[in-house]
Design a protein around this ligand. Structure first.
Ligand code: AHM
Ligand code: MG
Length: 349
């Protein structure tokens, strides 16, 4: 009996409640620590990250109960500006970000995958000089099957007066991003961000309702075993991408992982190394992924962790978009693995 009790008690004694055993660093405190300042700009960034975290909590809460509620899952019947069928969760998550930033006083414009033109918050505009770019639900096809999803975000400073709704100042390279990151809705909800001072991850503690620091200064391995790509597009790719895939098939040490939500695929690669690809196809030479609120924010994170992101011909963060919803081929991950794909694209081997 005593032995049985001992073995029952063992697991709980062995569990280390990582975040709580340490000093419970919250996201807003972390941003201020990173900037080592209480300047108005530092306070702004801290408040902006706090708002993004609130959006993440609201979306995570909805997702955790989606199967129990009426009218949460499935399609709306509409098609968005990208020509893709809209899911109810896409609309909900898009509105959550708008609602959360309406009260922030900081953000004048929001631009997202789900809106043809930016959403303006005129009451914030005289003082709110920031723009939030976001993909409210990354991996939409996973929504109705209780699989991993994400949200992707970037913050930019507004430049000039965008009175005509064209948002031309947003047509600037990703190097202009002040902050970027993603929220991963998996078995736990995580928030990963950078403000150009390394990459840091936080885990949502549901009992506290707070994102607690999990890992600081994450470094991506130089090389990893994973290649992550939709091989269903094999015959629509350029021959150079097909040759790269044949290379990984015949080389020992590679393994495929593809979840349908790049936030989760790229999160795995951030921690364990490897490469994620969404190349152009014959019908869509630019690929599928959008530069401003998908590829560029993730490129900022991965570069800050010591990795790379390229179109195959230039660094993602140097690409100057011609339009808000511009698509771009993406090869992102460990430096050695990205260089290998690049060498197939540029030299054929
Ligand atoms: P979404 O934002 O509409 O969900 O599209 C982005 C997603 C990525 O997360 C994922 O890697 C890719 O689209 C999957 O597309 P495909 O089904 O063509 O492989
Ligand atoms: Mg998306």
């Amino acid at each position: 009996m005593a032995q049985a009790r001992e073995s029952l008690e063992l697991p709980s004694n062995n569990v280390t409640d990582k975040g709580l055993d340490r000093d419970c660093t919250t996201l807003s405190r972390h941003v201020l620590q990173q900037l080592q300042s209480f300047s108005p700009e530092a306070q702004d960034l801290s408040a902006l990250m706090n708002r993004i975290a609130l959006a993440g909590k609201l979306i995570a809460r909805r997702l955790s109960r989606a199967g129990l509620m009426e009218g949460v899952l499935g399609f709306t019947g509409d098609v968005n500006v990208q020509g893709e069928s809209v899911k109810k969760m896409d609309v909900y998550a898009n509105d959550v970000f708008i609602g959360v930033f309406k009260q922030s006083g900081l953000v004048c414009r929001l631009a997202s995958e789900e809106m043809e033109r930016p959403y303006y918050i005129p009451e914030n505009c005289p003082i709110g000089r920031y723009t939030l770019l976001y993909d409210p639900i990354d991996g939409s096809s996973n929504t109705d099957t209780n699989l991993s999803l994400g949200s992707i975000f970037a913050i930019r400073q507004q430049e000039g007066n965008d009175l005509d709704g064209e948002a031309l100042d947003l047509l600037a390279p990703g190097r202009k991003q002040l902050a970027a990151g993603y929220i991963l809705y998996g078995p736990s909800t995580m928030l990963i961000y950078t403000i150009g001072k390394g990459v840091h991850s936080f885990t949502l503690d549901p009992s506290l309702g707070e994102f607690i620091l999990t890992e600081e200064n994450i470094r991506i391995p130089n090389h990893g075993p994973v290649y992550s790509v939709n091989e269903g597009n094999f015959w629509q790719w350029d021959e150079s991408i097909r040759e790269y895939i044949r290379y990984v098939h015949r080389t020992e040490g590679y393994t495929a992982r593809y979840s349908g939500a790049m936030v989760s695929d790229i999160h795995r690669i951030l921690l364990q190394g490897g490469v994620f690809l969404y190349p152009g196809t014959l019908p869509k030479p630019e690929g599928k992924l959008r530069l401003l609120y998908e590829s560029a924010p993730l490129a900022f994170v991965i570069e800050q962790a010591g990795g790379r992101a390229t179109t195959g011909h230039m660094e993602i963060l140097d690409v100057v978009p011609k339009k808000l919803h511009q698509r771009v081929p993406l090869i992102i991950g460990s430096p050695k693995d990205v260089a290998k794909v690049e060498s197939f694209i540029q030299n054929g081997h």
